[in-house]
Unconditional design. Sequence first.
Length: 235
Amino acid sequence: MEEMPPSDKNSDTSRLIAPNPTSKTSYINLVGNVCALLCVCIVIYCCFASGVTLFSFHPSLMTLGWMVFMTSAINAITPGDLATEWMPIRLRSARHWVIQLLVGIIILIGFLVIISNKIIMDKPHFATLHSKFGLASLIFMITTMLGGLGALYSLKLKQYLAPIYMKLLHASVGLSTFCLGIITILLGLYSQWWQFGDTLRYTSMVLVLAVMLLTILRPLLKIYFRLKERLEYNN
Ligand code: HEM
């Protein structure tokens, strides 16, 4: 990943990705997308293999939202993304928040599904580690989405925080949220509900971990270089 030229931390150039593609096209995101699709197919197959129930929609919607759509939203603002690198930065940024909004809706429906299912079954809420991590992921997701508004209007809010720091904060909290959801999915795959054998279970887990690593690697480097650049610029 190439570093960007230093920019004024308060200006419109205080972006996390360069306005013109300066980084090489990477196939990492494409591999991540294939792993995510494979994993979602396995989960959907397991959910519906023995018939359709209300519960079937919980893991299906959660994995679809978190692993396919959320990764696409993150990839859209990752330097060198194969699918979006040709787009102007404003279009990539729009693609990011529109997909993220869609993720919010899918995850909210998946959450309402499991809450309703538990009420119907008369089972206790937030009793397992998976459900606690799930609730935390949901709260983090909403926080990140609100932080995204801050990043979108960062120039208007520059008297409170310099745009570059607003965007770095949003990116860091966003990546933490993504990882939290991945842990939740892993715990879900490890729950007592899973009765589809260890081969499918561990294959799904490896795919989930691969998606996480392939998705966060470049954004993490982006944050690191941007922070390093700012600290050197300030000294
Ligand atoms: C990021 C994705 C996910 C989130 C945020 C999430 C969130 C939640 C929450 C909050 C609950 C508890 C609801 C309550 O107690 O009223 C729950 C329950 C459940 N989820 Fe998920 N979930 C996710 C993905 C998955 C996946 C992929 C699976 C299965 C492979 C799964 C399986 C279950 C099961 C079996 C329950 C009921 C038992 C329990 O409470 O642990 N979830 N989920």
